[in-house]
Design a protein around this ligand. Sequence first.
Ligand code: SF4
Ligand code: SF4
Length: 151
Amino acid sequence: MKSKNNTAYCGIFCPDCIHYKNKYSVYAKSLKDHLTSIEFDKYAKIKSPFGEQFKKYEEFETVLTALAETECNQTCRTGGGCSGVPCKIMECCISKNYEGCWDCSEVDECDKFALLEPRCGEMPKNNIRKIKKNGIDKAMEKRGNFYIWQK
Ligand code: SF4
Ligand code: SF4
């Protein structure tokens, strides 16, 4: 049951996701609050001998806000999708009353996985193939790396 709750409809294992119960959002919120409290944005706009790089402060704030807001404390299955928003894969499974894509015979040709490929490569489909063969608990013990850059 633990594996099922942690495994999204698409075959990814949420606890391996970079956003899941992450620390960077906590640090980013704290840094953002501190910088706001000392009005660092105003400091960054003034020409000064310190920090040519502060000219890019607005871009930094955009990234800092994104870091602060991409915290995810629930898995896809328990939270209703990433940040509570169902994706096409989840909607498709629910419409067909599938527990996950492992109940489907069209995994190989399904194009709904394109949104995951730049970050996860073939991992979701490979996990689904493992679930089809070995069941969810055993498959998740031997799941693939979440991101394409992980060795
Ligand atoms: S629901 Fe989405 S964002 Fe949250 S941990 Fe799972 S894959 Fe990551
Ligand atoms: S068509 Fe099949 S493999 Fe594709 S998203 Fe729907 S259930 Fe998953």
